[in-house]
Design a protein around this ligand. Structure first.
Ligand code: 3NM
Length: 226
């Protein structure tokens, strides 16, 4: 059969499959710096695939403005834009998704408000929480902490051995978090992380673009087929 006479083959993928695949690589979380937009833009240039807007204790109106500027930056670089915790803000900004902690709204509540196409991530620290998030309809799991960190006071540190132990028990993409830098990300990726979530090792680096690039290159080398 010539190529011309071949029937058209329709490949139907659900948005969720596409989105699940997108949660891979370098996942950057914002901090509270004055020059945040500039530093995030540099990091996006280095190859950040997902940006999470985490604005603790800032007024809602401020977050609407800052969040919308960050979202525009993400669309310029083709990166996903996720809002931390705040369902109302995620909805108002029409973010690509929301990331929920164990104390926040449930994935079901998020799904109800945001609809079927949005990405819902849940922070988890052990197998029970991971399995629960999966059965509650999360699209990806945060899992940490991998290492000690100054960016958040942590109560659990499963580390890379904890990550390796849950890797084959869950189907969802796992975003490892906590104290990850280009110097130790190799071990985290080898333990099974689909993405590494970072704050300080990129945003507080002398050159965020370089730090993000170093992390991206580790994924290219160690996990080339996300
Ligand atoms: N969540 P850094 S650790 C926001 O373990 C957050 O759930 C964590 O920042 C968890 O990359 C953490 O600077 C902070 O260590 C990550």
């Amino acid at each position: 059969m010539s190529e011309k006479s071949m029937p058209l083959r329709l490949v139907i993928t659900t948005p969720k499959t596409i989105r699940n695949r997108s949660i891979a690589g370098v996942y950057l979380i914002t901090d509270q710096q004055d020059d945040l937009l500039k530093r995030v833009a540099q990091a996006l240039r280095g190859g950040v695939t997902v940006l999470q807007y985490r604005a603790k204790d800032k007024p809602y109106e401020f977050c609407l403005e800052e969040g919308s500027q960050l979202k525009q930056l993400c669309s310029r670089f083709g990166s996903l834009f996720i809002v931390n915790d705040d369902l109302r803000l995620a909805h108002a900004l029409d973010a690509d998704g929301v990331h929920l902690g164990q104390e926040d709204s449930s994935p079901q509540q998020a799904r109800e408000l945001l609809g079927p196409d949005k990405i819902i991530g849940v922070s988890t620290h052990n197998l029970d929480e991971a399995l629960k998030a999966e059965s509650d309809g999360a699209d990806y799991l945060g899992f940490g902490a991998m290492y000690p960190t100054d960016s958040k006071s942590i109560t659990h540190m499963p580390g890379t051995s904890g990550l390796a132990a849950i890797r084959d028990r869950v189907k969802l993409p796992i975003v490892a978090i906590g104290g990850i830098s280009p110097a130790n990300a190799c071990r985290v990726i080898e333990a099974g992380a689909d993405a590494v979530a970072v704050i300080s090792s990129v945003l507080a680096a002398p050159r965020p673009e370089v730090a993000a690039t170093e992390l991206r290159l580790l994924f290219n080398r160690l996990a080339p087929y996300p």
